[in-house]
Design a protein around this ligand. Structure first.
Ligand SMILES: [Ca+2]
Ligand SMILES: [Ca+2]
Length: 303
């Protein structure tokens, strides 16, 4: 080996090692169950681990899904073809995983795509989790990503809504909440004619969804019920116009907080959950429901 070759070989070795995520993050071990990305890793979510929407006008619309497994498979197919998956009214959620852990390199780490238009925001709160017990299941602690309205008036943590199965086709879905309120998800006979808006695969006469709630800001701008506005929120939410169009719907793992609101440092995550964050309806448009169209790891491009 001559003196010219040696630097070239060293450069080549560096180029190879820089493709290795462990080198990018200074060789620091990230945890027992950390799954390092490889050159074959997909930037997109490769599994839907839970799809539990609240009742809504898009639920049971195209197909009657018999089981939770069928619902996850259906949602995965929708995301793969870039079609929206509706989470229904407040508390409805989806959980996705990737074929690797998403590394927190600081800044924007991943994107959640939605279909918000200006004045048509239906914010969903984004949660993240590490597979700390290594079983591949999202049964570990969840951390909320704090958005602009985390401490705003009307924001609530541990807010629950119970939905009651309608007894006949074409009926509205009644709900009660942990604040002592009650209301209905209305049946929109002119637009969404399926028999039931209550998810077909969820057993029992009722079910309860719990999460963080944002205050609803929707209003009837026309004064006669013809034109409803669902205003945009500041930042940090899925299916929120300001995020979708101004910030590319990107999210920072560094915004994670624990149940007490204390910031949490996560070096990586394995699961993302999005959950409809408002309990509101806009007249003939019906309930506000977060929609998601895809999940993308942005940190992987740093390789
Ligand atoms: Ca787990
Ligand atoms: Ca939407």
């Amino acid at each position: 080996m001559n003196r010219i070759c040696l630097p070239i070989l060293l450069l080549a070795a560096f180029a190879v090692s820089s493709c290795n995520y462990h080198k990018v993050i200074d060789g620091e071990p990230l945890g027992e169950f950390f799954r390092a990305p490889t050159n074959e890793s997909s930037v997109y979510a490769d599994k839907v681990l839970d799809y539990t929407p609240a009742p809504g006008q898009f639920i049971n619309a195209d197909v009657i899904l018999p089981t939770a497994e069928a619902a996850c498979a259906w949602a995965k197919e929708r995301l793969d073809s870039k079609q929206f998956v509706s989470l229904g009214a407040f508390g409805g959620y989806i959980v996705v995983g990737f074929d690797h852990s998403i590394v927190n390199l600081g800044g924007d780490c991943f994107a959640v795509y939605g279909n918000a238009i200006s004045g048509g925001s239906e914010p969903g709160i984004v949660w993240v989790s590490q597979d700390t017990n290594g079983n591949g299941r999202p049964d570990d602690e969840w951390f909320e990503l704090r958005g602009s309205d985390y401490n705003a008036d009307g924001s609530l943590r541990n807010y629950s809504v119970t939905y009651y199965r309608p007894s006949a086709p074409g009926q509205r879905v009644r709900w009660t909440d942990s604040e002592g309120q009650e209301g209905t998800i209305d049946y929109l006979a002119a637009y969404h004619k399926q028999d039931y808006y209550y998810p077909a695969w969820i057993p029992g006469a009722e079910y309860t969804l719990t999460g963080s709630r944002l205050k609803a800001h929707n209003y009837d701008q026309s004064g006669n019920g013809s034109y409803w506005v669902n205003p945009d929120y500041g930042w940090g939410y899925a299916d929120n116009y300001n995020d979708v169009h101004k910030k590319d719907a990107t999210f920072r793992i560094d915004d994670a907080v624990d149940a007490t609101g204390k910031p949490v440092i996560l070096k990586y995550i394995d699961f993302i959950k999005v959950q409809t964050a408002v309990n509101a309806k806009s007249g003939w448009l019906g309930e506000l429901s977060t929609e998601v169209l895809g999940f993308e790891d942005l940190s992987i491009n740093v390789r």
